[in-house]
Design a protein around this ligand. Structure first.
Ligand code: FBP
Ligand code: MN
Length: 661
């Protein structure tokens, strides 16, 4: 379940005492002398006193790898801030930007400079200066870390050399030429570029200690797989699943309806490459079915994501696939709704509500005409029955999906690092919401004969999601159905709306039918007391804690404020997703939480990599202080601090148990 830290030792009970001495015996294998115990205690105690590391929060990445990696490489502007701190009296703003660009994209920048330099000698000189600047920058950026932590962040092949340069002593006199020789030799041996590249990545790593991804890595954008690969390599992170992420987890875990959804969304956003090329899933059977039953249909044209128009033939093919998989999805929803009455989704039995003779539908008590229908595989007498071909196609797709090694790796990582919510350093991180009613009371949901609400309900959801993931051959058990419920159900903490109107959005012109009513959480979260109540529900301190949400794009353009309830609630979905930037008016929010407090960063737009390289780094992110710490926060005030303190307590016990008689 979501994190909680406890030492697991019960001093009072006899059994606990046995456990403790067994643990201490084990511990004494590692710390087999008094000196080793003492050294470790001193080491841990001094770590507790260091300033807390910087946490970096991002959310709603939606497959936008380029924008994401830019934010990651510049630490939401943090790299530039550090460069500015060190070099403001020695460099112009342009030089600072240029140096920042080198730190973000060292390989490309080095190549660019090499191509521009007039002579080898000039290039060597440039390398020499940059090495010195990098060492200075790293020395500053690492000042709140232990030496051992810094060592882990250094490029392996150069650790010894860099440490010599970092911990210079006696520079003015005896060793001056020694340090100069080191740098000269690096250049002479052709290692300068490698070293500068390594130092750049070290800097990127030092400015952010820990990353939180508050959900929605997948869907809409073109490269979620590259985001996943980047996250897998990242030094320290956690993930709070978004509704789109659980849709992918659900598909991998055996939910055919989740699978139909992910393919439908990929078709809708012209991203079928993710399915076919990135994950190697064979779409041929689906294409054959689509060609047989469907034609052009403007409602199912893919959304363009680049300025280059799609070739007509390709567009037509995607349009057909889009319809084929959407109809399979609507059919697959029906049996789940029927076998799980407590999902309370009868209104979503849409295919059964259609009047096929008159092309009309009655939903939520209102009758609408249908347009652009594509019901050629629907039997009006049994509208939700899959054709044999459709059943075969979805089975084949599932088989192919579950055999994708890359997807397996990515989904395993999502499960390993992910939770439905996370309590971290006193804050509650959650993608969507905590379902509440208009009075602000936790909403209850029945699952399998028992009723759950608030934190208990979320824990139950996570329990079933993990269960489904560990039985991927099960396709219609409760656990698998509940993963789909998390995507679209009324009391889902990830969806946060009463119903998803996908069918209406495709087939009904009247936009009032498209509206998706939000959970009252979304207006109640403006209220300080309500936020405090929710923090208490999760055993967090209502005074110092914050809730950090993603999921709902903040319409900055319309004056909406991402900082709500006096700073208790921070919503960081600003629209990495290009598809949503029109609505939000900005290009994404990120949040930084360092030892001085919390700052929200609003990114005005993400410069393309090429632009950053040619014209220097973008200075366009705007920072807003959310909360300032009265006293600088130290590691001892954090989650990690609590764990370290427990280790110290244990070592102290070991001292008296073993060594002090
Ligand atoms: O913009 P699209 O592609 O029609 O998607 C709309 C759908 O996405 C959702 O907003 C869910 O996605 P988000 O988590 O990104 O909001 C649904 O509620 C809605 O039906
Ligand atoms: Mn979302």
């Amino acid at each position: 379940m979501a994190n909680s830290i406890g030492n697991g030792f019960n001093e009072g009970a006899g059994k606990g005492r046995d456990m403790t001495s067994r643990y201490l015996d084990l511990l004494s294998d590692k710390f087999d002398s008094e000196e080793k115990v003492v050294t470790e205690i001193i080491n841990l105690e001094s770590i507790l006193d260091l300033p807390k590391g910087t946490e970096h929060f991002v959310s709603d990445l939606h497959g936008e790898f380029q924008a994401f990696q830019h934010v990651l490489r510049n630490g939401s502007g943090n790299v530039r801030v550090k460069i500015h701190d060190v070099f403001k009296h020695r460099m112009t703003e342009n030089e600072i930007s240029d140096f920042a660009a080198l730190v973000y994209y060292p390989e490309e920048k080095l190549k660019l400079v090499k191509d521009q330099m007039a002579s080898k000698q000039a290039l060597n000189e440039w390398h020499r200066t940059k090495i010195h600047h990098m060492i200075e920058l790293i020395s500053y950026a690492s000042s709140k870390y232990t030496r051992s932590k810094l060592r882990k962040a250094l490029p392996k092949q150069f650790v010894y050399i860099i440490e010599e340069l970092l911990y210079k002593s006696d520079e003015d006199t005896n060793k001056k030429s020694y340090y100069e020789t080191i740098v000269d030799k690096i250049i002479a041996l052709g290692q300068a570029e490698k070293l500068i590249t390594g130092l750049s990545y070290t800097t990127q790593r030092l400015v952010v200690d820990h990353l939180h991804v508050v959900g929605d890595i997948y869907d809409r954008g073109p490269e979620p797989d590259k985001i996943m690969d980047t996250l897998i390599d990242y030094h320290s992170l956690d993930i709070q699943w978004g509704n789109h992420d659980v849709l992918w987890i659900g598909a991998y875990a055996g939910s055919k309806v989740c699978l139909a959804n992910i393919i439908r969304i990929c078709a809708r956003y012209d991203n079928l490459d993710i399915i076919e090329d990135a994950y190697g899933i064979n779409l041929r059977p689906l294409l054959n079915l689509a060609e047989k039953y469907y034609d052009d249909n403007p409602q199912f044209h893919p959304k363009q994501h680049s300025d280059i128009a799609l070739p007509e033939q390709e567009k037509l093919q995607i349009t057909k696939i889009h319809q084929a998989i959407a109809m399979i999805q609507f059919k697959l929803e029906a049996p789940i709704i029927k076998r799980r009455p407590y999902f309370d989704m009868d209104e979503r039995l849409v295919l059964e509500k259609v009047d096929y003779d008159n092309q009309k539908i009655t939903v939520y008590g209102k009758t609408y005409s249908l347009q652009h229908t594509c019901f050629s595989t629907v039997d009006p007498d049994d509208p939700t029955r899959l054709l044999e071909e459709e059943a075969e196609v979805i089975d084949k797709l599932l088989l192919s999906l579950q055999q994708s090694e890359k997807l397996k790796r990515h989904m395993n990582f999502l499960m390993k690092k992910g939770n439905l919510y996370l309590k971290y350093n006193g804050n509650l991180l959650i993608h969507g919401c905590i379902p509440v009613d208009e009075n602000g009371d936790m909403e209850a949901m029945e699952i399998d004969g028992s009723v759950y609400k608030g934190r208990e309900l979320l824990d139950k959801f996570e329990y079933y999601l993990r269960k489904s993931f560990s039985n991927i051959e099960q396709t219609d058990d409760l656990a698998t159905d509940l993963v789909w419920y998390l995507w679209t159900g009324k009391y889902s903490s990830l969806f946060g709306k009463r119903a998803m109107t996908t069918f209406e959005r495709y087939f009904i012109a009247d936009k009032s039918s498209h509206k998706e009513e939000k959970n009252p959480y979304y207006h109640l979260r403006e209220d300080v007391e309500m936020c405090q109540k929710m923090l208490e529900e999760f055993d967090l301190d209502p005074v110092s804690g914050h809730i950090i949400n993603g999921h709902t794009p903040i319409k900055e353009r319309d004056g909406e404020n991402p900082i709500k309830a006096n700073g208790k609630m921070i919503v960081i979905d600003g629209g990495f997703s290009k598809a949503y930037q029109k609505t939000t008016g900005i290009a994404g929010y990120t949040l930084l939480f360092n030892s001085y407090g919390m700052q929200l960063v609003a990114h005005q737009h993400f410069n393309s990599k090429e632009n950053v390289l040619k014209h220097g780094a973008d200075a366009l992110s705007v920072r807003r202080v959310v909360d300032e710490e009265v006293e600088r926060k130290k590691i001892k005030d954090t989650n990690i601090g609590i764990r370290l303190q427990e280790e110290i307590d244990m070592l102290q016990k070991l001292m008296s148990y073993r060594y002090i008689r």
